[in-house]
Design a protein around this ligand. Structure first.
Ligand code: LLP
Length: 405
């Protein structure tokens, strides 16, 4: 377990200072994960573009920027936050299936590394934006390699039949078009097969297909510089960091020594183990055959259990004197899908006791909402053995209505 990074005494202090629910991240864990990626890929010298969507808090992703990483963004808003967090524009790539003309123009003005385009219509839009700005847009295409990553269907993205990317046949036509354009500069090719992928096999398969395609393109005179293999490396929920060495072997085996610059877009594997959601017990009750522990964090704070059936390990903070019971850990939101964990077998927490929900550093806060008019949680960063700082304040009731006219 990662509990040694989240010590009970410190968690009590954070809860007292920041209130609950609060996301708590460990700087040490986040940096360790970054260095384990660097170590695993040593020799291949890739560009790591941290996927901002996993956790876009400045206090956390700024650490990736300071470590020399770039960023993968999927909206103008993420680009704005990436630049504010300190990522260099020349290390930012822009992915996503529906970028607007305004977003494309904004990205080109910032001088990002390349755009991962996903359709011919988008490429034409990018070309128009580049013409308006009188420059050549660095273009990469997201290609759907038709590989099954064996993960949840909502986060499977590299199989034919998903909305993402273009087929190899279509990509070839688009590259040939781009090569002739005054305002497009074809520089790379990308795939992203899915998220929470737990084995390297699908990457090896997709990388092999991409490499063969790039060779074919080269034979037609289009020489690309970047091979972007996306993100998606999975984590064991609640466990230690996943070792990316197997991933490095799979993609390094294909692209190592080709002269192409390898690009990776890891999000979850860096951020998930680095954070927990800290919540306080409010009530206990029995309903039908079940025991419920009602806590002050709900599906608006962490939607993953409700949306994907994700199983985040939970642990009580500090000693517990209650009996061992099987219970559901539920939130205050008015929906039956509002649970953080089901069928937990633990000593039952007393009202006021803190509970930690693990592996919540990725797609936790970034997917949170104000549903039920619940102000969003605070975020705190552990900076030393007994030190922490607030990196985002808790929202207030005023924040709930701040944008209303
Ligand atoms: N690159 C692209 C183009 C992506 O679409 C994604 C994630 C990533 C990189 C980063 O993937 P990661 O390394 O984090 O797996 N909300 C879901 C996950 C959605 C992932 C979407 N795309 C969840 O909570 O499981």
């Amino acid at each position: 377990m990662l509990s040694r990074y989240f010590k009970p005494a410190l968690l009590e202090k954070i809860a007292a200072g920041a209130g609950t629910p609060v996301y708590v991240y460990s700087r040490e864990l986040f940096l360790r994960q970054i260095s384990s990626y660097k170590k695993a890929f040593k020799g291949l010298d890739p560009l790591f573009c941290y996927a901002m969507k996993a956790n876009s808090s400045r206090g956390l992703c700024g650490l990736a920027a300071a470590a020399g990483w770039g960023a993968d963004v999927v909206s103008g808003g993420e680009l704005y936050r990436a630049l504010r967090a300190g990522f260099k524009p020349g290390k930012v790539i822009f992915s996503g299936v529906g970028k607007t003309p305004e977003e494309l123009e904004y990205a080109l003005r910032q001088g990002i590394l390349f755009v991962n385009a996903e359709s011919m219509e988008e490429v034409l839009e990018l070309e128009r934006a580049a013409a308006r700005l009188k420059l050549r847009a660095p273009l990469s295409l997201r290609i759907n390699p038709d590989v099954d990553p064996h993960t949840h269907k909502y986060i499977t993205t590299g199989k034919l039949g998903s909305k993402f990317g273009v087929s190899f046949a279509e990509a070839e036509k688009i590259y040939m078009y781009a090569a002739e354009s005054r305002h497009l500069d074809p520089v790379g090719a990308q795939f992203h097969i899915g998220s929470q992928v737990r084995s390297a096999g699908p990457y090896a398969l997709a990388a092999g297909r991409l490499a063969a395609f790039m060779l074919r393109l080269a034979s037609r005179g289009v020489n690309l510089s970047y091979a972007d293999v996306g993100g998606g490396w999975g984590v064991k929920e609640g466990g230690e960091m996943p070792d990316p060495a197997a991933l490095a072997r799979a993609v390094g085996g294909v692209f190592g020594g080709t002269g192409l610059k390898l690009v990776l877009e890891p999000g979850r594997s860096v951020a998930a183990p680095s954070g927990i959601l800290l919540t306080r017990t409010i009530y206990r009750k029995r309903g039908g055959t079940k025991n419920y522990v009602v806590v002050d964090a709900g599906m608006n704070d962490l939607v993953r259990p409700a949306l994907y059936g994700a199983k985040h390990p939970v642990a009580l903070v500090g000693n517990c004197r209650g009996p061992r019971k099987t219970f559901d850990l539920v939130g205050p939101v008015c929906e039956s899908g509002d649970f953080l964990a089901e069928g937990v077998k633990l000593c039952e927490p007393a009202p006021g006791q803190l509970v930690a929900v693990y592996s919540a550093g990725a797609y936790g806060f970034s997917m949170s909402s104000q549903y039920n008019s619940r102000p969003r949680a605070a975020e705190a960063l552990i900076t030393g053995p007994s030190s922490w700082k607030l990196i985002r304040r808790r929202e207030t009731y005023k924040d709930l209505t701040a944008a209303e006219l």
